[in-house]
Design a protein around this ligand. Sequence first.
Ligand code: MLT
Ligand code: MN
Ligand code: ZN
Length: 291
Amino acid sequence: MKVVLLGTAAGGGVPQWNCACEVCVGVRAGRLPARTQDCLAVSGNGADWWLLNASPDIGTQLAATACLDPGPGPRDTPLRGVLLTDAELDHSLGLMTLRGAPGLRVHAPATVLHALADTRAVLDRYAEWTWRQVEPEQSVVLAGGLEVTAFPVSGKRPKYAGESPVAGHWVVAYRLFDPATGGIVLYAPCLAAWPPGFDDLVAEADVVLLDGTFYAPSEMGTATGRAGGQSAMGHLPITHTLPELRRHPRVRRVYTHLNNTNPVLDPTSAEHAKLCEAGVEVLPDGSVLEV
Ligand code: MLT
Ligand code: MN
Ligand code: ZN
């Protein structure tokens, strides 16, 4: 399978429009690379592509990715649909940009489909899409041959859905399996805790793309442009996940959904050096992985 890291930043991107932290200043000055918001494109056959999350930057991300170019007909697209890990705005606002493309399929947990009811009502006016409820631990075969399975990892709701009466899992991780190569990718950009059984999922994967929002718990209160505290909780910091990842040296381990406060964004930082020493990576937007 092919995996394109369309975006690798947490909500707001890097730089974030209202942030003057050291990293954001460094990006504006051209010292550090800019990053768009977390989103992947995956394909089993190179012809049928799926998004994992639809970031607010999706228009720019698609334009920068030749394998997702439209064609051969003037309105043809290789994009078949979207799988959502959660209903956060940085993972779902991009659906609005995709409006009008007929026949897309959107897979999401019941909680997420419910939270997006208003968005769906708008989108349904532009084109007929199929909305499919994702069931935990049930595999679905996607056009192009990939088998995808969702694993509930957290109950963290978006702020706007605090009143939702729908109970259940608000956040899932996806395992992508390519029967042609045997390759497995695990994508978990929002991890509140290290869930029971998660070690087994990591151990069997070739590549793990993991929540790297914060390096340390102390960043949670300072996340600019967001309320911090409660809203920033729900992302296990790297200080907690790196020791877990160290147990899996055979697996390619990559942090994504990186918040602008995260010092690993600076390759000269001591925190970045710690990742390197553990064999864990931070990759730039546009990176392509073959699994
Ligand atoms: C999150 O990942 O916690 C959310 O996307 C927060 C936000 O709204 O930016
Ligand atoms: Mn987010
Ligand atoms: Zn910043």
